[in-house]
Design a protein around this ligand. Structure first.
Ligand code: UD1
Length: 421
Protein backbone atom coordinates (compact mmCIF):
# COMPACT_ATOMS: atom_id res chain seq x y z
CA UNK A 1 0.00 0.00 0.00
CA UNK A 2 1.43 3.36 -0.91
CA UNK A 3 1.24 6.57 1.06
CA UNK A 4 1.92 10.17 0.08
CA UNK A 5 4.33 12.12 2.22
CA UNK A 6 4.28 15.88 1.89
CA UNK A 7 6.60 18.43 3.44
CA UNK A 8 4.46 21.54 3.45
CA UNK A 9 5.42 25.16 2.97
CA UNK A 10 6.70 25.24 -0.62
CA UNK A 11 4.90 27.69 -2.89
CA UNK A 12 3.58 26.07 -6.05
CA UNK A 13 4.78 27.74 -9.20
CA UNK A 14 4.77 26.61 -12.82
CA UNK A 15 2.48 25.15 -15.47
CA UNK A 16 0.09 22.20 -15.28
CA UNK A 17 -1.57 20.77 -18.39
CA UNK A 18 -5.06 19.56 -17.47
CA UNK A 19 -6.02 16.06 -18.73
CA UNK A 20 -9.39 14.84 -20.01
CA UNK A 21 -12.28 14.57 -17.56
CA UNK A 22 -12.91 11.29 -15.74
CA UNK A 23 -16.62 12.05 -15.47
CA UNK A 24 -16.83 12.70 -19.21
CA UNK A 25 -14.85 9.71 -20.45
CA UNK A 26 -16.79 7.13 -18.38
CA UNK A 27 -20.24 7.80 -19.93
CA UNK A 28 -18.65 8.20 -23.37
CA UNK A 29 -17.01 4.77 -22.95
CA UNK A 30 -20.43 3.37 -22.01
CA UNK A 31 -21.86 5.01 -25.16
CA UNK A 32 -19.32 3.23 -27.38
CA UNK A 33 -21.30 0.05 -26.63
CA UNK A 34 -24.16 1.42 -28.74
CA UNK A 35 -21.94 1.61 -31.82
CA UNK A 36 -21.71 -1.57 -33.88
CA UNK A 37 -18.38 -0.27 -35.08
CA UNK A 38 -15.16 1.38 -33.93
CA UNK A 39 -15.04 4.47 -31.71
CA UNK A 40 -11.86 6.48 -31.23
CA UNK A 41 -11.49 8.58 -28.08
CA UNK A 42 -8.71 11.09 -27.50
CA UNK A 43 -7.53 12.93 -24.37
CA UNK A 44 -8.62 10.10 -22.07
CA UNK A 45 -7.12 10.36 -18.57
CA UNK A 46 -5.00 7.42 -17.38
CA UNK A 47 -6.92 6.63 -14.21
CA UNK A 48 -7.89 3.48 -12.33
CA UNK A 49 -11.62 4.05 -12.97
CA UNK A 50 -10.97 4.31 -16.71
CA UNK A 51 -8.95 1.07 -16.67
CA UNK A 52 -11.76 -0.68 -14.76
CA UNK A 53 -14.27 0.58 -17.33
CA UNK A 54 -12.09 -0.86 -20.11
CA UNK A 55 -12.00 -4.21 -18.29
CA UNK A 56 -15.80 -4.17 -18.16
CA UNK A 57 -16.02 -3.40 -21.89
CA UNK A 58 -13.62 -6.30 -22.60
CA UNK A 59 -15.67 -8.63 -20.41
CA UNK A 60 -18.74 -7.70 -22.46
CA UNK A 61 -16.92 -8.74 -25.64
CA UNK A 62 -15.50 -5.45 -26.96
CA UNK A 63 -12.00 -5.21 -28.41
CA UNK A 64 -9.94 -2.48 -26.80
CA UNK A 65 -6.72 -0.78 -27.83
CA UNK A 66 -5.02 1.89 -25.76
CA UNK A 67 -2.06 4.06 -26.69
CA UNK A 68 -1.50 6.64 -23.92
CA UNK A 69 -4.48 8.94 -23.84
CA UNK A 70 -6.06 7.44 -26.97
CA UNK A 71 -8.56 4.59 -26.63
CA UNK A 72 -10.08 2.60 -29.47
CA UNK A 73 -13.19 0.54 -28.73
CA UNK A 74 -14.60 -1.95 -31.21
CA UNK A 75 -18.05 -2.91 -29.92
CA UNK A 76 -19.05 -4.87 -33.05
CA UNK A 77 -18.40 -8.11 -31.19
CA UNK A 78 -20.38 -7.31 -28.01
CA UNK A 79 -21.47 -10.71 -26.72
CA UNK A 80 -22.53 -10.42 -23.07
CA UNK A 81 -24.91 -8.27 -21.04
CA UNK A 82 -23.55 -9.32 -17.64
CA UNK A 83 -21.38 -6.73 -15.92
CA UNK A 84 -18.95 -8.77 -13.79
CA UNK A 85 -19.67 -8.25 -10.11
CA UNK A 86 -16.04 -7.81 -9.03
CA UNK A 87 -15.51 -5.01 -11.60
CA UNK A 88 -18.86 -3.30 -10.88
CA UNK A 89 -18.03 -3.27 -7.16
CA UNK A 90 -14.66 -1.63 -7.87
CA UNK A 91 -16.33 1.30 -9.59
CA UNK A 92 -19.67 2.76 -8.47
CA UNK A 93 -20.14 4.55 -11.77
CA UNK A 94 -20.43 1.21 -13.60
CA UNK A 95 -24.16 1.95 -13.17
CA UNK A 96 -23.89 4.23 -16.22
CA UNK A 97 -23.55 1.03 -18.30
CA UNK A 98 -27.18 0.21 -17.51
CA UNK A 99 -28.82 2.27 -20.26
CA UNK A 100 -26.28 1.41 -22.96
CA UNK A 101 -26.21 -2.37 -22.38
CA UNK A 102 -30.00 -2.47 -22.06
CA UNK A 103 -30.39 -0.48 -25.28
CA UNK A 104 -28.01 -2.66 -27.25
CA UNK A 105 -28.77 -6.13 -25.77
CA UNK A 106 -32.34 -5.93 -24.44
CA UNK A 107 -31.24 -6.87 -20.93
CA UNK A 108 -28.50 -6.22 -18.39
CA UNK A 109 -27.35 -7.81 -15.15
CA UNK A 110 -25.38 -5.62 -12.78
CA UNK A 111 -24.71 -5.47 -9.04
CA UNK A 112 -26.66 -2.83 -7.13
CA UNK A 113 -24.30 -0.01 -6.06
CA UNK A 114 -24.13 0.46 -2.31
CA UNK A 115 -23.68 3.67 -0.35
CA UNK A 116 -20.25 5.23 0.04
CA UNK A 117 -18.33 7.76 2.11
CA UNK A 118 -20.27 10.70 0.63
CA UNK A 119 -23.79 9.32 1.05
CA UNK A 120 -26.34 6.67 0.09
CA UNK A 121 -26.25 7.30 -3.68
CA UNK A 122 -29.55 5.65 -4.65
CA UNK A 123 -30.44 4.89 -8.30
CA UNK A 124 -34.23 5.16 -8.02
CA UNK A 125 -34.43 7.89 -10.69
CA UNK A 126 -32.43 5.79 -13.16
CA UNK A 127 -34.71 2.79 -12.63
CA UNK A 128 -38.00 4.74 -12.69
CA UNK A 129 -37.04 6.32 -15.99
CA UNK A 130 -36.10 2.97 -17.56
CA UNK A 131 -39.41 1.50 -16.32
CA UNK A 132 -41.23 4.43 -17.91
CA UNK A 133 -39.53 3.48 -21.18
CA UNK A 134 -40.94 -0.04 -20.87
CA UNK A 135 -38.15 -1.87 -19.02
CA UNK A 136 -38.76 -4.42 -16.29
CA UNK A 137 -36.58 -4.10 -13.20
CA UNK A 138 -35.96 -7.11 -10.95
CA UNK A 139 -33.95 -6.92 -7.75
CA UNK A 140 -32.32 -10.36 -7.47
CA UNK A 141 -30.64 -11.93 -4.46
CA UNK A 142 -27.02 -11.05 -3.53
CA UNK A 143 -27.60 -7.38 -4.45
CA UNK A 144 -27.90 -8.09 -8.18
CA UNK A 145 -30.18 -6.14 -10.45
CA UNK A 146 -31.68 -7.39 -13.70
CA UNK A 147 -33.23 -4.95 -16.15
CA UNK A 148 -34.84 -6.19 -19.36
CA UNK A 149 -36.93 -4.82 -22.20
CA UNK A 150 -37.85 -6.53 -25.46
CA UNK A 151 -38.37 -3.01 -26.81
CA UNK A 152 -37.71 0.39 -25.24
CA UNK A 153 -40.27 3.09 -25.99
CA UNK A 154 -39.37 6.78 -26.20
CA UNK A 155 -41.39 8.96 -23.80
CA UNK A 156 -41.30 12.17 -21.73
CA UNK A 157 -39.40 11.88 -18.46
CA UNK A 158 -39.36 14.50 -15.73
CA UNK A 159 -36.50 14.05 -13.29
CA UNK A 160 -37.19 15.01 -9.65
CA UNK A 161 -33.62 16.29 -9.48
CA UNK A 162 -31.12 16.97 -12.29
CA UNK A 163 -29.13 13.80 -11.61
CA UNK A 164 -26.01 13.51 -13.79
CA UNK A 165 -25.99 9.69 -13.87
CA UNK A 166 -29.74 9.35 -14.47
CA UNK A 167 -29.60 11.87 -17.34
CA UNK A 168 -26.72 9.91 -18.93
CA UNK A 169 -28.45 6.56 -18.52
CA UNK A 170 -31.65 7.83 -20.10
CA UNK A 171 -29.76 9.42 -23.02
CA UNK A 172 -28.02 6.11 -23.67
CA UNK A 173 -31.15 3.95 -23.31
CA UNK A 174 -33.12 6.35 -25.56
CA UNK A 175 -30.67 5.90 -28.42
CA UNK A 176 -32.19 2.53 -29.39
CA UNK A 177 -35.74 3.30 -28.16
CA UNK A 178 -38.65 3.65 -30.53
CA UNK A 179 -39.58 7.30 -31.19
CA UNK A 180 -38.57 10.41 -29.26
CA UNK A 181 -37.47 10.65 -25.63
CA UNK A 182 -37.60 14.02 -23.88
CA UNK A 183 -35.77 14.49 -20.56
CA UNK A 184 -36.97 17.45 -18.54
CA UNK A 185 -35.02 18.84 -15.58
CA UNK A 186 -31.99 17.09 -17.11
CA UNK A 187 -28.54 17.70 -15.60
CA UNK A 188 -26.71 20.58 -17.35
CA UNK A 189 -23.12 19.56 -16.51
CA UNK A 190 -20.48 19.98 -19.27
CA UNK A 191 -20.00 16.19 -19.17
CA UNK A 192 -23.61 15.82 -20.41
CA UNK A 193 -22.82 18.11 -23.34
CA UNK A 194 -19.73 16.06 -24.08
CA UNK A 195 -21.81 12.88 -24.14
CA UNK A 196 -24.25 14.59 -26.53
CA UNK A 197 -21.34 15.60 -28.81
CA UNK A 198 -20.11 12.03 -28.92
CA UNK A 199 -23.59 10.61 -29.58
CA UNK A 200 -24.01 13.12 -32.44
CA UNK A 201 -20.71 12.00 -33.95
CA UNK A 202 -22.05 8.44 -33.73
CA UNK A 203 -25.03 9.56 -35.80
CA UNK A 204 -27.64 9.98 -33.05
CA UNK A 205 -30.20 12.78 -33.37
CA UNK A 206 -29.88 14.40 -29.93
CA UNK A 207 -30.15 18.04 -28.85
CA UNK A 208 -30.62 20.29 -25.83
CA UNK A 209 -27.75 19.16 -23.54
CA UNK A 210 -26.86 22.05 -21.26
CA UNK A 211 -30.35 23.57 -21.47
CA UNK A 212 -32.17 21.29 -19.02
CA UNK A 213 -34.38 19.71 -21.72
CA UNK A 214 -32.81 16.99 -23.88
CA UNK A 215 -34.45 15.37 -26.90
CA UNK A 216 -33.28 12.08 -28.39
CA UNK A 217 -34.71 10.40 -31.49
CA UNK A 218 -34.32 6.65 -31.27
CA UNK A 219 -32.38 4.81 -34.00
CA UNK A 220 -32.67 1.25 -35.31
CA UNK A 221 -28.96 0.75 -35.79
CA UNK A 222 -25.75 2.69 -35.25
CA UNK A 223 -22.69 1.74 -37.23
CA UNK A 224 -20.13 4.50 -37.50
CA UNK A 225 -16.54 5.54 -36.78
CA UNK A 226 -16.72 8.52 -34.42
CA UNK A 227 -13.50 10.26 -33.34
CA UNK A 228 -13.95 12.31 -30.20
CA UNK A 229 -11.72 14.39 -27.90
CA UNK A 230 -12.78 14.29 -24.23
CA UNK A 231 -13.28 17.68 -22.53
CA UNK A 232 -10.76 18.82 -19.90
CA UNK A 233 -11.31 17.89 -16.26
CA UNK A 234 -12.75 20.98 -14.56
CA UNK A 235 -12.39 19.45 -11.08
CA UNK A 236 -8.72 18.55 -11.57
CA UNK A 237 -8.10 22.12 -12.79
CA UNK A 238 -9.94 23.55 -9.77
CA UNK A 239 -8.04 21.27 -7.37
CA UNK A 240 -4.59 22.35 -8.58
CA UNK A 241 -5.60 26.02 -8.57
CA UNK A 242 -6.87 25.67 -5.00
CA UNK A 243 -3.58 23.95 -4.05
CA UNK A 244 -1.57 26.84 -5.51
CA UNK A 245 -3.77 29.33 -3.64
CA UNK A 246 -3.24 27.49 -0.34
CA UNK A 247 0.55 27.70 -0.71
CA UNK A 248 0.61 31.40 -1.67
CA UNK A 249 1.94 30.41 -5.07
CA UNK A 250 1.29 31.27 -8.69
CA UNK A 251 0.14 28.67 -11.19
CA UNK A 252 -0.74 28.44 -14.86
CA UNK A 253 -3.21 25.75 -15.94
CA UNK A 254 -3.52 25.00 -19.63
CA UNK A 255 -6.02 23.08 -21.71
CA UNK A 256 -9.03 24.16 -19.63
CA UNK A 257 -12.50 25.36 -20.66
CA UNK A 258 -12.84 28.72 -18.92
CA UNK A 259 -16.65 28.59 -18.79
CA UNK A 260 -16.64 25.17 -17.15
CA UNK A 261 -14.65 26.45 -14.17
CA UNK A 262 -16.46 29.79 -13.84
CA UNK A 263 -17.97 29.11 -10.40
CA UNK A 264 -14.66 27.78 -9.05
CA UNK A 265 -12.71 30.81 -10.30
CA UNK A 266 -15.37 33.15 -8.89
CA UNK A 267 -14.87 31.59 -5.49
CA UNK A 268 -11.06 31.78 -5.69
CA UNK A 269 -11.34 35.47 -6.65
CA UNK A 270 -13.61 36.14 -3.70
CA UNK A 271 -11.00 34.83 -1.26
CA UNK A 272 -8.44 37.19 -2.77
CA UNK A 273 -6.62 35.28 -5.56
CA UNK A 274 -5.76 37.13 -8.75
CA UNK A 275 -7.10 35.20 -11.73
CA UNK A 276 -6.58 35.89 -15.42
CA UNK A 277 -7.61 33.92 -18.44
CA UNK A 278 -6.29 33.87 -21.97
CA UNK A 279 -7.46 32.43 -25.24
CA UNK A 280 -6.66 28.80 -25.88
CA UNK A 281 -7.70 27.52 -22.45
CA UNK A 282 -5.06 29.16 -20.24
CA UNK A 283 -5.85 30.37 -16.71
CA UNK A 284 -3.36 31.91 -14.29
CA UNK A 285 -3.69 32.25 -10.53
CA UNK A 286 -1.63 34.35 -8.14
CA UNK A 287 -2.08 34.17 -4.41
CA UNK A 288 -0.30 36.64 -2.16
CA UNK A 289 -0.64 37.42 1.53
CA UNK A 290 -3.34 35.97 3.76
CA UNK A 291 -6.49 35.00 1.87
CA UNK A 292 -9.88 35.87 3.32
CA UNK A 293 -12.92 33.80 4.30
CA UNK A 294 -16.16 33.68 2.30
CA UNK A 295 -19.38 34.19 4.25
CA UNK A 296 -21.35 31.49 2.41
CA UNK A 297 -20.86 28.96 -0.41
CA UNK A 298 -23.58 26.47 -1.37
CA UNK A 299 -22.86 23.54 -3.63
CA UNK A 300 -25.44 22.98 -6.37
CA UNK A 301 -25.80 21.36 -9.78
CA UNK A 302 -23.98 23.02 -12.71
CA UNK A 303 -23.50 25.93 -13.26
CA UNK A 304 -23.47 26.30 -9.46
CA UNK A 305 -20.46 25.55 -7.27
CA UNK A 306 -19.62 21.84 -7.81
CA UNK A 307 -19.96 19.40 -4.92
CA UNK A 308 -16.80 17.71 -6.28
CA UNK A 309 -14.82 20.88 -5.33
CA UNK A 310 -16.39 21.27 -1.87
CA UNK A 311 -13.73 19.39 0.14
CA UNK A 312 -10.85 21.15 -1.62
CA UNK A 313 -12.36 24.58 -1.00
CA UNK A 314 -13.10 23.79 2.67
CA UNK A 315 -9.46 22.77 3.03
CA UNK A 316 -8.35 26.10 1.53
CA UNK A 317 -10.81 28.11 3.65
CA UNK A 318 -9.39 26.46 6.78
CA UNK A 319 -6.36 28.80 6.49
CA UNK A 320 -8.17 31.93 5.27
CA UNK A 321 -8.67 34.74 7.76
CA UNK A 322 -12.20 34.86 9.18
CA UNK A 323 -15.15 32.48 9.29
CA UNK A 324 -16.66 30.76 6.24
CA UNK A 325 -19.79 28.67 5.94
CA UNK A 326 -20.05 25.97 3.29
CA UNK A 327 -23.41 24.27 2.71
CA UNK A 328 -23.49 20.92 0.90
CA UNK A 329 -26.81 20.51 -0.92
CA UNK A 330 -26.00 17.64 -3.31
CA UNK A 331 -24.76 14.72 -1.16
CA UNK A 332 -26.07 14.21 2.37
CA UNK A 333 -22.84 13.26 4.13
CA UNK A 334 -19.95 14.80 2.29
CA UNK A 335 -18.10 16.30 5.25
CA UNK A 336 -16.59 13.13 6.76
CA UNK A 337 -13.10 14.07 5.51
CA UNK A 338 -13.17 17.14 7.81
CA UNK A 339 -12.33 14.81 10.74
CA UNK A 340 -8.96 14.31 9.04
CA UNK A 341 -8.46 18.06 8.54
CA UNK A 342 -8.97 18.53 12.29
CA UNK A 343 -5.85 16.37 12.84
CA UNK A 344 -3.87 19.02 10.94
CA UNK A 345 -5.23 21.71 13.26
CA UNK A 346 -8.15 23.01 11.19
CA UNK A 347 -11.08 24.51 13.09
CA UNK A 348 -14.18 23.10 11.37
CA UNK A 349 -17.54 22.48 12.97
CA UNK A 350 -19.99 20.41 10.94
CA UNK A 351 -23.68 20.81 11.66
CA UNK A 352 -25.83 18.70 9.36
CA UNK A 353 -25.29 19.93 5.82
CA UNK A 354 -23.23 22.99 6.86
CA UNK A 355 -19.57 23.31 7.78
CA UNK A 356 -18.46 26.34 9.77
CA UNK A 357 -14.80 26.97 9.12
CA UNK A 358 -12.81 29.32 11.32
CA UNK A 359 -9.58 30.07 9.52
CA UNK A 360 -6.39 29.27 11.48
CA UNK A 361 -2.99 30.93 10.95
CA UNK A 362 -1.19 27.65 10.24
CA UNK A 363 -1.93 23.96 9.79
CA UNK A 364 0.53 21.40 11.18
CA UNK A 365 1.55 18.19 9.42
CA UNK A 366 -0.08 14.97 10.66
CA UNK A 367 -0.89 11.35 9.72
CA UNK A 368 -4.22 11.28 7.92
CA UNK A 369 -6.29 8.88 5.85
CA UNK A 370 -8.12 9.54 2.57
CA UNK A 371 -11.48 7.74 2.49
CA UNK A 372 -12.85 9.14 -0.73
CA UNK A 373 -11.48 10.82 -3.85
CA UNK A 374 -12.17 14.53 -3.29
CA UNK A 375 -11.71 14.28 0.48
CA UNK A 376 -8.26 12.89 -0.37
CA UNK A 377 -7.55 15.89 -2.62
CA UNK A 378 -8.52 18.17 0.28
CA UNK A 379 -5.90 16.45 2.46
CA UNK A 380 -3.19 17.02 -0.17
CA UNK A 381 -4.05 20.73 -0.28
CA UNK A 382 -3.91 20.95 3.51
CA UNK A 383 -0.61 19.01 3.60
CA UNK A 384 0.97 21.35 1.02
CA UNK A 385 0.01 24.37 3.14
CA UNK A 386 0.90 22.86 6.52
CA UNK A 387 4.11 23.22 8.50
CA UNK A 388 6.10 19.97 8.65
CA UNK A 389 5.32 16.53 7.30
CA UNK A 390 1.93 15.09 6.41
CA UNK A 391 1.49 11.41 5.60
CA UNK A 392 -1.64 10.46 3.67
CA UNK A 393 -2.81 6.86 3.44
CA UNK A 394 -5.75 5.64 1.31
CA UNK A 395 -3.97 6.91 -1.81
CA UNK A 396 -5.97 4.48 -3.97
CA UNK A 397 -8.95 6.82 -3.69
CA UNK A 398 -6.91 9.78 -4.91
CA UNK A 399 -5.56 7.76 -7.86
CA UNK A 400 -9.13 7.29 -9.08
CA UNK A 401 -9.34 10.94 -10.08
CA UNK A 402 -5.81 12.39 -10.32
CA UNK A 403 -3.22 11.08 -12.77
CA UNK A 404 0.23 10.67 -11.13
CA UNK A 405 -0.63 13.35 -8.60
CA UNK A 406 2.80 13.40 -6.91
CA UNK A 407 4.62 13.83 -10.25
CA UNK A 408 2.33 16.66 -11.35
CA UNK A 409 2.73 18.52 -8.05
CA UNK A 410 6.50 17.89 -7.73
CA UNK A 411 7.00 19.52 -11.14
CA UNK A 412 5.49 22.75 -9.83
CA UNK A 413 7.59 22.81 -6.68
CA UNK A 414 5.73 20.68 -4.13
CA UNK A 415 7.72 18.42 -1.83
CA UNK A 416 5.61 15.32 -2.23
CA UNK A 417 6.61 11.67 -2.60
CA UNK A 418 4.84 8.35 -2.96
CA UNK A 419 6.34 5.71 -0.72
CA UNK A 420 5.45 2.07 -0.20
CA UNK A 421 4.25 1.59 3.36
C1 UD1 B 1 -21.94 12.45 -10.76
C2 UD1 B 1 -20.43 12.49 -10.71
C3 UD1 B 1 -19.96 12.87 -9.31
C4 UD1 B 1 -20.60 14.18 -8.89
C5 UD1 B 1 -22.11 14.13 -9.05
C6 UD1 B 1 -22.80 15.46 -8.79
C7 UD1 B 1 -19.76 10.83 -12.34
C8 UD1 B 1 -19.12 9.51 -12.61
N1 UD1 B 1 -19.90 11.17 -11.05
O1 UD1 B 1 -22.35 11.44 -9.84
O2 UD1 B 1 -18.54 13.01 -9.34
O3 UD1 B 1 -20.30 14.44 -7.53
O4 UD1 B 1 -22.45 13.73 -10.39
O5 UD1 B 1 -22.29 16.45 -9.62
O6 UD1 B 1 -20.08 11.59 -13.26
N2 UD1 B 1 -29.86 10.73 -6.56
C9 UD1 B 1 -31.01 10.09 -6.13
N3 UD1 B 1 -31.53 9.12 -6.92
C10 UD1 B 1 -30.97 8.78 -8.12
C11 UD1 B 1 -29.81 9.45 -8.54
C12 UD1 B 1 -29.27 10.42 -7.74
O7 UD1 B 1 -31.54 10.37 -5.06
O8 UD1 B 1 -31.51 7.89 -8.79
C13 UD1 B 1 -29.27 11.80 -5.70
C14 UD1 B 1 -27.88 11.44 -5.20
O9 UD1 B 1 -27.93 10.64 -4.04
C15 UD1 B 1 -27.30 12.81 -4.94
C16 UD1 B 1 -27.92 13.67 -6.05
O10 UD1 B 1 -29.07 12.94 -6.50
O11 UD1 B 1 -27.73 13.28 -3.70
C17 UD1 B 1 -27.00 13.92 -7.23
O12 UD1 B 1 -26.51 12.72 -7.74
P1 UD1 B 1 -26.10 12.51 -9.27
O13 UD1 B 1 -26.16 13.82 -10.00
O14 UD1 B 1 -26.89 11.39 -9.80
O15 UD1 B 1 -24.60 12.08 -9.11
P2 UD1 B 1 -23.84 10.90 -9.85
O16 UD1 B 1 -24.31 10.81 -11.26
O17 UD1 B 1 -23.86 9.68 -9.01
Amino acid sequence: MSILTITGGSKLSGIIEIPGAKNAVLPVLAATLLNKGISILENCPELDDVFTMLEILSALGCKIEREGSRIIVDATTLSSSVIPENLAKRMRSSIIMLGAVLGRCGDVLVSYPGGCEIGMRPIDMHLRALEQMGAEVDGLSHGMLKVSASKLQGCEILLDYPSVGATENIMLAATYAEGETIIRNAAKEPEIEDLQEFLKKMGVDVSGAGSGVIRIQGKKEIKSEPVHKIIPDRIVAGTYLAAAAATGGSLVVTGVEYDHIGSILYCLKRIGCKIKHYQGGVVTLESQGRLKAIDLIRTSPYPGFPTDMQPQIVSLLSICSGTSIVVETVFESRFRYTEQLLKLGADINVQGRAAIIRGVEKLKGAEVEARDLRGGAALIIAGLAAEGETRISGVGYIDRGYEKVEKVLSKVGAQIRRVED
